[in-house]
Design a protein around this ligand. Structure first.
Ligand code: NDP
Length: 328
């Protein structure tokens, strides 16, 4: 069983009085910076001079160039896109890092795939929220929180774990639970989830039902546009994956438990598919493919994305979105 840490396990004193530098002021950067500040830990923001920097200043933060933040920071939260981080680190952070500083990542990706050669005299930790940036802030604001996976990847000062817990507390995560993990586990489980094909599964259901003559409205409402899906996901979280069936009709329960069950043959095929996805991640093949795409300007991804956006489902979905009188 993984160890889970809560507010009482963490001491903000470990990072209070030190210079905490939030590098990158995007989804996670802005949310985490605001939470840390509201937790009583003073921070600076490192960002290029553009609209993100402007937003940070509007939010009341002292913004400095990234190299300067790296030079001043005792604790550096690296909150830029994973594909940007290695280059940015090499050029603007590593040359300025102080011995004994702490690098904190919100994802294990670059550490797991060894894409950033790290100096031996710094702490390297991970505090990876299991939450999108905007909700990292809204959950904190409403007095709740969200879980994170945490790990110490490199402990050069002997205080890396205490620093990890302090960051997790400052961003609001130990309110709910910070789960001890590793950069490998965080990366593999996160990518695996992303590669399962949820979006394509929904599109497949849409196509099959449209072929049979059912209306786009009925199909889209069934699968994601009514909000029922969020309500069910919430029940799964709060009551349990199978216990939440009690909230469905008996007919729905029977259909989900019995009819939806795969035959032994199909189950074996599906597991083989999942194991292949996992192997593609663990072998580094996915990371190599993605790195090549970035170098070459996304020759595979771009046409697929354009094709996906041109699918009839999209036009129907956008039309329905405008028609339904729902508050966002
Ligand atoms: P964003 O895409 O929101 O990051 C934007 C920030 O990165 C901006 O400050 C931007 O500044 C900066 N940035 C982008 N390109 C560059 C560049 N070339 N040089 C310098 N700065 C750059 O990232 P996320 O918040 O989505 O992700 C940050 C980390 O959090 C990642 O490790 C991600 O895996 C992790 N994470 C993200 C989650 C999410 O909800 N999105 C959930 C959990 C973890 P500017 O453009 O001004 O340079």
């Amino acid at each position: 069983m993984a160890k889970i840490f809560f507010d009482e396990d963490a001491d903000l004193g470990e990072i209070q009085g030190q210079t905490v530098a939030v590098i990158g002021y995007g989804n996670q950067g802005r949310a985490q910076a605001l939470n840390i500040w509201d937790s009583g830990v003073r921070i600076i923001v490192g960002n290029e001079e553009d609209e993100y920097a402007e937003q940070a200043r509007k939010d009341g933060f002292h913004v400095v160039p990234i190299a300067e933040a790296a030079a001043q920071g005792d604790i550096l939260l690296l909150l830029v896109p994973d594909e940007i981080a290695p280059g940015l680190f090499e050029n603007e952070i590593r040359p300025h890092l102080r011995s004994g500083a702490c690098l904190c990542f919100a994802s294990g990706y670059n550490l797991y795939y060894g894409q950033m050669p790290l100096p031996p005299d710094v702490d390297v930790i991970m505090v990876a929220p299991r939450m999108v940036g905007v909700a990292v802030r809204t959950e904190y604001e409403r007095g709740a929180g969200y879980p994170s996976l945490i790990a110490v990847h490199q402990d050069s000062t002997g205080t890396a774990m205490a620093r990890t817990l302090a960051v997790a507390k400052a961003i609001g995560s130990t309110r709910v639970g910070a789960v001890l993990s590793s950069v490998e586990e965080e990366t593999v489980t996160d990518l695996f989830d992303e590669h399962l094909g949820h979006i394509y599964a929904i599109r497949r259901y849409y196509e099959v039902l449209r072929e049979a003559g059912y209306s786009p409205e009925a199909i889209l409402l069934e699968f994601y546009m009514s909000g029922e899906w969020e309500a069910l996901a919430r029940l799964e979280r709060e009551v349990g994956l199978f216990h939440q069936l009690a909230y469905h009709s008996r007919t729905a329960q029977y259909g989900q438990e019995v009819t939806a069950r795969l035959s032994d043959e199909d189950e074996a095929r599906e597991r083989a598919r999942l194991r292949a996805l996992l192997a593609n991640i663990r072998s580094g093949q996915f990371a190599r493919d993605w790195a090549r795409e970035q170098r070459q300007g996304a020759p595979v991804w771009r046409p697929i994305h354009e094709q996906n956006l041109a699918h009839p489902l999209i036009a129907e979905e956008q039309r329905l979105m405008k028609q339904l009188q729902r508050k966002r």
